[in-house]
Design a protein around this ligand. Structure first.
Ligand SMILES: C=C(O[C@@H]1C=C(C(=O)O)C=C[C@H]1O)C(=O)O
Length: 269
């Protein structure tokens, strides 16, 4: 049986996946399913895919069925640049204003609710219709493109808001693994795949130009490798103890906000 892998076709995940592109012969035994984080979260919960660098909150919604890769996550040093609240008003004036919430996210939409309620002390109206909104939460390439346009008076980087509040790096994505992939049959394939992901990140870091060229052939983007240099300099994929502490804190605050019913302890592969 193939190891079914959820692949997010956003630049933020290019380091995880570029190695596998156009190299099917070397990587037989894996099949990839492309989708936004929100779609991949759903497929993880049902076991339709075995693993993905899904929304970090996806784990907390089904801890009985999932474990986390211990060393990999989607995070950043300071700003993330691709999880942004674009607004016509300052954050602390958003009470009663309409915030469009992207349908692609699981983690960031919950983070925004927590930040508005517990940090900025505002009560906006959250909407799924983008027309006539006062602010918009976007993730991934969509956020990068919107930011490059520079057409909103205010732009808040969600990782920086979290850091200002708690002094910790935020964990947007985490590799969640369904227990179906832990069977005797699947486990060696799973371990080998994660080793390939580590190699993919290392190769990306060693030569981002080459990796991004391959990536853009499959997933075209309106940026050059040169323009993306600063983006990748600030992204960080290491699941450090500090990031694990940060993720646990985020789960706790989601419980306080009644977004999660409980805050599970992090269990690893
Ligand atoms: C940093 C990003 O993080 C992504 C945001 C996610 C979410 O909001 O649920 C999930 C996975 C991450 O890859 C991004 O989209 O650019």
């Amino acid at each position: 049986m193939n190891l079914r892998v959820g692949r997010i076709p956003f630049l933020v995940c290019a380091p995880f996946f570029h190695l596998f592109l156009n190299d099917e012969a070397r990587f037989e035994g894996y099949s990839f399913d492309d989708g936004a984080p929100s779609a991949l979260n759903q497929k993880l919960w049902t076991g339709e895919i075995h693993l993905a660098p899904a929304s970090s909150i996806a784990y907390a919604r089904a801890p009985q069925d999932l474990v986390l890769a211990p060393d990999l996550c989607t995070s950043c040093k300071l700003e993330v640049n691709s999880v942004e609240l674009f607004s016509r008003y300052p954050l602390n004036e958003l009470s009663g204003k309409r915030i469009y919430m992207t349908s692609q996210s699981g983690t960031s939409v919950a983070l925004l609710r927590v930040i508005c309620s517990q940090y900025a002390n505002v009560r906006p109206e959250y909407v799924t219709e983008r027309a006539d909104c006062d602010a918009a939460l976007l993730i991934g390439d969509e956020a990068l493109i919107e930011k490059a346009k520079g057409s909103w008076p205010y732009c808040y980087d969600m990782a920086l808001l979290w850091r200002d509040w708690h002094g910790l790096p935020f964990v947007f994505g985490a590799w969640s693994i369904h227990r179906l992939a832990l069977s005797c049959e699947m486990r060696p394939r799973l371990e080998a795949f994660l080793e390939n992901v580590r190699e993919s990140i290392a190769k990306f870091r060693a030569c981002p130009q080459k990796a991004l060229k391959k990536w853009a052939e499959r997933y075209p983007v309106p940026f050059t490798a040169e323009e993306l240099k600063g983006y990748y300099d600030s992204l960080d994929y290491e699941f450090t103890d500090e990031r694990k502490k940060s993720l646990q804190l985020y789960f706790n605050l989601c419980v306080k906000e009644e977004i999660l019913s409980e805050s599970p302890t992090l269990r690893f592969l």
